[in-house]
Design a protein around this ligand. Sequence first.
Ligand code: CA
Length: 238
Amino acid sequence: MRKIGRMEKIKILVVEDEAPIQELLQFNLERKKYHVKVVDSGEEAIPLAAEFKPDLILLDIMLPGADGLEVCKRLKADPKTAPIPIIMLTALCEEADIVTGLELGADDYVTKPFSPRVLLARVKAALRRISATKPVTSNDDLIQAHNISIDVVRHKVDVDGKDVVLTFTEFKVLQLLSQQPGRVFTRYQIVDAVHGEDYPVTDRSVDVQIVGLRKKLGDAGKFIETVRGIGYRFKEEE
Ligand code: CA
């Protein structure tokens, strides 16, 4: 990921076919001093992403021609554009598409209609995650988030200084989520990260792990948030 100099603007590519939403996005992003380019279709977005080298892409799912999921897949398949984080713009009813998009490598999603405030917060969070590879850690071996300390090397967790005994799988789930606060993981992504791709999985098995994990974390269990219909995320610190 390129280093962003003080005077250099952060570049955002917006892929959206509806003019009012294009304008809303452009206005609000430019107000925050981002350098914005807007295109109407995936066919325009793919070559432009390689050339413009945006720091972030806002990608509508419902597009004429190649839809947002197809565009996401193609961007993630090209080593030049694969590292660029993608935030999908979706309708609330497109839960299955959101899950697919996240599994194709999109970082996040915002549902329409969205408030500019929410959109800008998600943009900032995504940019923060790429600029700091491990946002909450001071070093890679210790994750400190809210009142939870996670010792990655020794597989030890404490909440407010009190040891919490987790199973191997619960620990791996907590580690995955807490390394990228605010990022939503689908159930499949969680199981994949914990067991490798061959592990036979049901949605239910992940839910059971989360229930156990929350219970053991006690009050701190609330930092593992359920994202209805999509999966789970670790709450970002304010
Ligand atoms: Ca659209």
